[in-house]
Write a protein that binds this ligand. Structure first.
Ligand SMILES: Cc1cc2nc3c(=O)[nH]c(=O)nc-3n(C[C@H](O)[C@H](O)[C@H](O)COP(=O)(O)OP(=O)(O)OC[C@H]3O[C@@H](n4cnc5c(N)ncnc54)[C@H](O)[C@@H]3O)c2cc1C
Length: 505
């Protein structure tokens, strides 16, 4: 491609779409957004209830970890969105910021005074009592809404938590995160609002913004220590685009570190072993990989109240006509924060295979560890850009994580056994061998991060160390996961990065 751009953004996910919007707001800036996946036209994307069905389709990179030694040798499926909108187009839509204090540990550029305004800039809060308050914004691109249809089992979960003495929380993104309540979601009129819908759709017409889908970036090119362009393939074509100001890697927690490694930025010995020329020795690229582990625990109930009831043609047409009813459910309707744990509550027994409407009624409780101490690593499997990297998150390799998960499983059984669920005919058996249960069931809460951490791989302004003209802006820069889900934090990171690039920070 002959035209040089000012900015090239690699990956149109939670971070890339925000950058494309904010940077192209300056009509003098020529912006190219490259996305490996297709446009977001799949009909299931907008249906909240259908999100699990998007996994292992063409819209999912469908990664797997290595067999995990502490999980009885099981590899864990790691879905990642491969479509305009990235993982925000296939995720569960829970809107959570984490605790502002979490970001302070990332360094001086991420203290609450910087972070809170960036969250608010992104937000278009729909609950009237929260709009334009200390904690919430009302004029950002991202709609944040209360669920339109709450299953009675989700209300029972909140009651169960209160019966254990936990507090009620009607806004997990306000003064305190602790307690139990209903999650808010990134939806508009009951439909998923990915970042492609929120940030990209309104500005696609801008003449200084070019978006190319089906474009797989293979590696970066350098002039000396400056990143100057990206090589990418589109079908059989091999193409090249040049950036005069900056290249922004927003390819997500796994592909951004992979692209650095493929471009010769990483641990020298490892790159040389793959026959790659070392551009910049950075031993920490790929290290510090971590995730929020969770254990999904299914419980049955006799009363026919769960989301199994949603699989009817009436519910389908209600959704399509009015944007209401159970198809607006994001499944993870309710939750709680207690100690080091986040509990996700889903009013559906997920041991039913997929979303099989012939299954039995029940619910799933998923205790999730918010401050995992286990760390793993991402490495190249080969120098071929088409190959998936080797992903080893090292689940439970730190003993403190197993101890914390034991508490989560114990508390989940207590919650499930409470009077609030008995009303619906739930009987909870004896707590089984907890360690064996954890090792056989633990999997991902879909929040991988850390492989291009602030501090070691990128600096406080997300610039790759030792290289000019290159930043990483996505979940991979988080040196430590915030306590909560990761989509909104990534949007905040990209809002901050855009402000730094535009000099309005
Ligand atoms: C199933 C699931 C459920 C989740 N539920 C929630 C939730 O309820 N709430 C929440 O807050 N978080 C949730 N998350 C996590 C959250 O969605 C992610 O943390 C967040 O979207 C990551 O943003 P990102 O910008 O780092 O990467 P992504 O959004 O994954 O974007 C990366 C983009 O880069 C593209 N790309 C990658 N490599 C290349 C390449 N070589 N060339 C060109 N393009 C490339 C990808 O196709 C993708 O579009 C969930 C995630 C999943 C997978």
């Amino acid at each position: 491609m002959s035209t040089p751009y000012d900015f090239i953004i690699v990956g149109a996910g939670s971070a890339g779409c925000v950058l494309a919007n904010r940077l192209s707001a300056d009509p003098g800036a020529r912006v190219l957004l490259l996305e490996a996946g297709p446009p977001a036209t799949h009909p299931d994307i907008e249906i909240p209830l259908a999100f699990p069905r998007l996994q292992r389709t063409a819209l999912d990179w469908a990664y797997f970890t290595t067999p995990q030694a502490e999980l009885a040798g099981r590899p864990i499926a790691w879905p990642r969105g491969k479509v305009l909108g990235g993982s925000s187009a296939i995720n569960a839509m829970v809107y959570l910021r984490g605790r502002l204090a979490d970001y302070a540990s990332w360094g001086p550029n991420w203290c609450p005074d910087y972070v809170l305004p960036a969250f608010k800039r992104a937000e278009n809060q729909q609950r009237p009592s929260l709009r334009d308050t200390h904690w919430h914004g009302a004029s950002g691109p991202l709609d944040v809404a209360d669920l339109r249809c709450v299953n009675p089992l989700s209300q029972a979960f909140v009651e169960a938590a209160l019966s254990l003495g936990w507090s009620y929380n009607d806004d997990f993104n306000g003064a305190t995160q602790l307690g139990a309540g209903l999650f808010q979601v990134t939806q508009r009129d009951g439909r998923r609002q990915s970042v492609a819908a929120a940030y990209l759709a309104p500005v696609r017409h801008r003449r200084n913004l070019q978006i190319i889908t089906g474009a797989l970036v293979r590696r970066l090119r350098f002039d000396g220590d400056r990143a100057v362009g990206v090589e990418f393939s589109r079908g059989p074509e091999l193409l090249y685009a040049e950036a005069e100001r900056e290249i922004l890697l927003s390819a997500g927690s796994l592909e951004s570190p992979k692209l650095l490694l493929l471009s010769g930025v990483g641990p020298a010995a490892e790159l040389e072993a793959q026959g790659l020329r070392v551009r910049q020795s950075l031993p920490d690229v790929g290290r510090n990989l971590h995730d929020h582990p969770r254990v999904a625990l299914p419980f049955r109930c006799q009363a026919p109240v769960s989301l199994l009831n949603a699989f009817t043609s009436e519910a389908q047409s209600e959704f399509h006509q009015f944007g209401t009813g159970p198809w607006t459910s994001n499944l993870a309707e309710a939750g709680a924060f207690h100690g080091d744990l986040q509990f996700h509550f889903l009013p559906l027994d997920l041991s039913n295979v997929g979303l099989d409407p012939t299954g039995h009624h029940g619910f799933t409780l998923a205790p999730t560890l918010l401050t995992p101490r286990s760390r793993g690593r991402l490495t190249l499997a080969s120098a071929d850009p088409a190959q998936a990297p080797i992903i080893d998150p090292g689940y439970l390799t730190h003993p403190a994580d197993l101890a914390a998960m034991r508490e989560g499983v114990g508390a989940s059984y207590e919650l499930a056994a409470s009077a609030a669920f008995k009303v619906y005919g739930t009987t909870v058996g004896e707590l089984p061998n907890v360690d064996a249960l954890i090792r056989s069931r633990l999997d991902t809460c879909y929040h991988p991060a850390g492989a291009c951490s602030i501090g070691t791989v990128v600096d406080q302004e997300l610039r790759v160390r030792g290289v000019r003209g290159l930043r990483v802006v996505d979940a991979s820069v988080m040196p430590m996961l915030p306590r909560g889900n990761t989509h909104t934090p990534v949007v905040m990171v990209a809002e901050r990065a855009a402000a730094m690039l535009l000099g309005v920070d």
